[in-house]
Design a protein around this ligand. Structure first.
Ligand code: GEK
Length: 246
């Protein structure tokens, strides 16, 4: 991604009135800086999404990036295809995110690639003929009761041998270890320049918006949808990236 277009994330640097975190213009403007300083391993995950997409893409199929934000995963995928043909549908329901993605799109697209951006709720997205589907830190924002429906829809719209890459903030069942992982994560944020005030205000703002689950809950849901293979390929503290193959 272009390093110069994202401003520094200082949304929670001063005491703010309580309110839930939203993906608005203010967030979109600092998103690149925010996600890199807030998600351990983000750059590694983004880079490997490109590698996995290239490996699992089946000719004349579709790639979906669901909850694409400003296009981190999409543009990583684009960079792996060079001038080869591929078709990618990137979806986010935040107009501010999609606007920023549109502004960047032409810097990444080469001859052969087709990237369609859609501003819509991924729960309404028609999924068809997919060989690669990316849910990179998106499922965690859906109401719990809607998650299985989305995974079932993804499975149904996928070709055999297609891959789903799903990254999430997680909880671990042992409460002592869960607290330890959260503490380690907060130290990681402090080492990336976030103050204690910023960390605690952001945590409060995400409380009603982001619901993490255990790896086992993800495994059960994916297996019940029909996925044959599942495992975690990356974990750092309470953040994990998983793969499931149809
Ligand atoms: C990346 N994948 O950089 N429909 C569509 N979009 C949604 C929905 C929904 N129901 N709910 C949330 N979003 C990206 C990072 S960010 C993760 C993903 C984070 C969108 C929301 O607007 C936001 O852009 C994105 O999901 C989550 O690889 O901020 O922690």
């Amino acid at each position: 991604m272009n390093e110069n277009t994202s401003k520094r994330d200082d949304i929670y640097a001063k005491i703010v009135a309580s309110g839930d975190f939203v993906f608005d213009e203010t967030t979109a403007n600092v998103f690149e800086d925010m996600i890199k300083r807030s998600v351990p391993g983000y750059s590694t995950i983004i880079s490997m999404i490109g590698v996995l997409a290239k490996r699992y893409y089946q000719s004349e199929s579709n790639i979906y990036d669901l909850g694409c934000s400003i296009g981190g995963a999409t543009f990583s995928i684009c960079s792996k295809f060079q001038n080869e043909e591929f078709s990618l549908i990137a979806v986010d329901n935040s107009p501010a995110m999609i606007k920023r993605m549109e502004e960047k799109k032409n810097n990444f697209l080469r001859h052969g690639g087709r990237v369609e951006t859609r501003c819509e709720n991924i729960q309404n997205t028609l999924i068809k003929n997919a060989s690669v589907i990316v849910l990179n830190f998106t499922l965690q924002f859906l109401p719990m009761s809607n998650r299985l429906d989305l995974i079932n829809k993804i499975y149904a719209g996928m070709r055999p041998n297609g891959i789903l890459i799903i990254s999430e903030k997680i909880v671990v069942p042992d409460s002592t270890l869960n607290t330890l992982l959260i503490n380690m994560y907060h130290q990681f944020k402090q080492s990336n320049g976030y103050s204690k005030l910023e960390i605690s205000q952001k945590r409060a703002a995400l409380e009603n918006v982001l619901t993490p689950e255990t790896i086992d809950a993800h495994r059960c849901r994916l297996v019940s949808a029909g996925f044959g293979s599942f495992d975690v390929w990356f974990q750092c503290f309470n953040f994990a990236s998983m793969i499931a193959i149809k």
